[in-house]
Design a binder for this molecule. Structure first.
Ligand SMILES: Cc1cc2nc3c(=O)[nH]c(=O)nc-3n(C[C@H](O)[C@H](O)[C@H](O)COP(=O)(O)OP(=O)(O)OC[C@H]3O[C@@H](n4cnc5c(N)ncnc54)[C@H](O)[C@@H]3O)c2cc1C
Length: 467
């Protein structure tokens, strides 16, 4: 059975890697020159620690799924902890947040009990630690290490440089890690060597006749059509265009968002810092994500920073493809206008420096990490979603967070088993432990970062991967 995958983002590339490892015959089409070159995914979101508004069931699901993601792509993970704090003016109860984090810690312990190899978010005893103001004030007396060696050391720079007067306590240090998107992209390319992958290839039409899908695609200025027996629509926020070609109706939202890159000093390693807030208001969450080389990625969940006043669009009865304003589509295709990028990055710097005052010295860069993502249905706060099907042979990847890939892949695998394309023993296989050569990842990740216009240093991990 020939399987076509449209879209080489995390969903499509992971589908190709995984299904190929099960012995399936896959062909991947990606219109960009590189795989996983669309919207970023820089946080693992293990446990949904950045979303106090989601329920405990979704948080547990994100924790479980993230552990699998981390075990599948260990070399893409930046294993530095995250410090979660609630500013005084935000109506989130910091003790309640600790109680919910405790629930996650217990769930993590259960997962590790089931399989010791799940212990990838630090040791179970220290999934998170809570710190009072007094404890942080004590930490100020210690010298700041260049590279923190234990949980407490990660908080020394934080205790000295963050304005503690603005925060509620406790502050939580959680084993919530980052994803290096450039390394993930490189790993996808390396793991797909030997698979039919058409990059710089746009699928321009799809139609279905009986059990076949006919895909027309443009590559090197030429148009070709090929027939397939199963279709995976992994076109991300553009999935609705494929639905429209096939005449399927699907309710979805798409959201355009951006994170910004600033250059500051790189004297020592910082943890990721989260200052919680209320999404979409002027007090949205502020997020500070360190990279090597003195680069920092910033989010401010306000409409003048990460979010956009007109940045959410919904599908209609006439089209399954939500229509974002043309301006954002042009930015996605051709890049941001420099002024807009610098302006929003300056705002992001100002917003983060309310909590980290010395950061006001940071310099903006004009290269945001940005894009649009789909959210199936009509609930913008949904964070855990996977896949849907039409008929027997058409799957849509609908992940909202990249960690949901295995829930998606298990459903697709089951469908392929039902169709006789895979053996029943394929279900639930994982294939953890397949590693790529570090030097190859490093070289390719740098090339990808630079050719996409980002600083080469951002292609590295601050804490080099060790098996
Ligand atoms: C600013 C921002 C920050 C984010 N941060 C995080 C985060 O920290 N953690 C997290 O888990 N998630 C994050 N997300 C969400 C994450 O980016 C998405 O979950 C993820 O990208 C979805 O992957 P995907 O493969 O489904 O879609 P995409 O990554 O969008 O991939 C779809 C691919 O399909 C290709 N394509 C589309 N149409 C065609 C066609 N006709 N022919 C050929 N190719 C086509 C596109 O070029 C694209 O590469 C963030 C999103 C944004 C916008």
């Amino acid at each position: 059975m020939r399987i076509a995958i449209i879209g080489g983002g995390v969903a499509g590339a992971s589908s190709a890697i995984y299904l190929r490892s099960l012995g399936a015959d896959v062909t991947l089409f990606e219109k960009r020159p590189f795989l996983i070159g669309g919207p970023p995914a820089c946080h693992l979101h293990a446990g949904g620690n950045l979303y106090p508004d989601i329920d405990d069931a979704q948080r547990k699901q994100l924790l479980r799924e993230s552990i699998e993601f981390l075990r599948y792509y260990p070399q893409a993970i930046e294993k530095r902890p995250t410090v979660l704090a609630v500013p005084k003016h935000i109506a989130i109860d910091a003790s309640e947040l600790e109680r919910r984090t405790q629930l996650l810690a217990e769930y993590y312990r259960e997962l590790v009990k089931k399989d010791a190899a799940n212990e990838v978010l630090g040791d179970v005893e220290h999934y998170y630690l809570a710190f009072s103001k007094e404890q942080l004030l004590e930490l100020r007396k210690l010298p700041t290490p260049d590279v923190p060696q234990n949980h407490v050391e990660w908080l020394i720079a934080y205790s000295k440089e963050v304005d503690l007067e603005r925060l509620k306590f406790p502050v939580l240090l959680v084993q919530e890690y980052g994803i290096n998107i450039f390394r993930l992209s490189a790993i996808a390319h390396l793991r797909l060597r030997g698979t039919t992958v058409h990059t710089s290839t746009r699928v321009t039409n799809v139609h279905q006749k009986d059990d076949k899908f006919y895909l027309t695609y443009e590559k090197d200025g030429k148009s070709q059509t090929e027939a397939f027996d199963f279709l995976i629509n992994a076109a991300g926020f553009e999935s609705g265009t494929i639905d429209d070609m096939l005449g399927y109706k699907r309710k979805r939202l798409v959201e355009f968002k951006a994170a910004y890159i600033a250059k500051w000093h790189s004297r020592h390693l910082y943890p990721e810092m989260i200052f919680h807030g209320v999404r979409g208001t002027e007090h949205g969450m502020a997020q500070f994500t360190p990279y090597p080389g003195g680069y920092y990625q910033l989010h401010g969940m306000r409409k003048d920073i990460t979010l956009f006043e007109d940045g959410v669009a919904a599908s209609t009865d006439a089209s399954s493809q939500p229509k974002l304003p043309q301006k954002y589509l042009a930015w996605i295709e051709k890049g941001w206008p420099k002024d807009a990028a610098l302006h929003r990055t300056e705002r992001a710097i100002e917003y983060v420096s309310r909590y980290l005052p010395a950061f006001k010295e940071a310099e903006p860069t004009a290269t945001p990490l940005f894009g649009a993502q789909q959210i199936p249905g009509d609930d913008i706060s949904l964070r855990a979603a996977e896949v849907s099907f039409e008929g027997e042979r058409y799957a849509r990847c609908e992940i909202v967070k990249v960690s949901s890939i295995f829930a998606m892949l298990d459903a697709i695998t089951q469908r392929l088993i039902d169709l006789g394309a895979l053996q029943s023993s394929a279900l639930g296989k994982r294939g953890f432990g397949e590693l790529c050569d570090e030097e190859e990842i490093d070289a390719l990740a740098r090339t990808i970062a630079v050719s996409r216009g980002y600083p080469e240093a951002m292609a590295r991990l601050a804490l080099p991967y060790s098996a």
